[in-house]
Design a protein around this ligand. Structure first.
Ligand SMILES: [Zn+2]
Length: 222
């Protein structure tokens, strides 16, 4: 990361509504503290783009990036698009899906982020290479078995819920499932985190396995 890169967060999600369901409270908490949050959603269409923009506005998101493609049209070919957004937004951390998710599109999105973070960091490839510090895996409709942290969203839950409800086309599908699940999941994680409501994440350290980084040289392990 260049010294000139300000602290910011990038959320890379598979579908419009994942940003609100998985990390809505966390996004709102950070934007309320003045930390810029951008969202890159890998799929969208005319209806869902309008809903996504409205939800992101509610959450205080700085910029929304989307690919205009169907819900299931996510594959590793999208790596360069993720790299481009990383190099433009230069995030300190990325929030994305968990590989424990039962939705295969979410799993592919998570793998795409891993690959894009690695590729974007190669200063031998890009003059404006950027090194992301950490990746956080969020929960959607699958619970992660061993999350590392609970982010206290007690004060931003209502904002996140309001953002989630902007995704009208999805809410009608599942007979209240999404809102009910978000309610129950954030309460459960709140109990675990000793607060009213929380969103859970696992933390992933990017590979950065190449031989190009002085940051990878250490004298001791402590
Ligand atoms: Zn999704």
């Amino acid at each position: 990361m260049n010294d000139s890169d300000a602290t910011s967060i990038l959320v890379v999600s598979a579908h419009p509504d994942d940003e609100s369901l998985g990390a809505g409270g966390t996004i709102a908490t950070h934007t309320a503290e003045g930390i810029p949050v951008d969202v890159f959603c890998l799929t969208s269409n005319n209806v869902r783009k309008v809903e996504l923009d409205a939800a992101c506005k509610e959450l205080g998101v700085r910029k929304v990036y989307t690919e205009n493609r169907g819900d299931f049209a996510i594959d590793l070919e999208l790596r360069q698009e993720v790299v481009d957004v990383i190099l433009e937004t230069r995030p300190t951390i990325i929030i994305t899906h968990s590989t424990e998710d039962y939705n295969v599109n979410h799993v592919v999105c998570s793998e795409l982020v891993d690959q894009a973070v690695e590729w974007a960091s190669h200063s031998t490839i890009f003059d404006n290479a950027h090194r992301v510090g950490r990746i956080y895996h969020m929960e959607i409709n699958s619970l992660q078995s061993r999350p590392h942290i609970m982010v206290d969203i007690s004060s931003t839950y209502e904002t996140a819920l309001s953002a989630l409800k902007k995704h009208n086309s999805q809410l009608q599908k599942a007979d209240g499932f999404y809102v009910n699940f978000y309610d129950a999941r954030t309460r459960l994680r709140g109990v675990q985190g000793a607060c009213e409501r929380a969103e859970a994440f696992t933390i992933r350290i990017p590979f950065h396995a190449g031989p190009f980084y002085p940051e990878n040289s250490v004298r001791t392990l402590l």
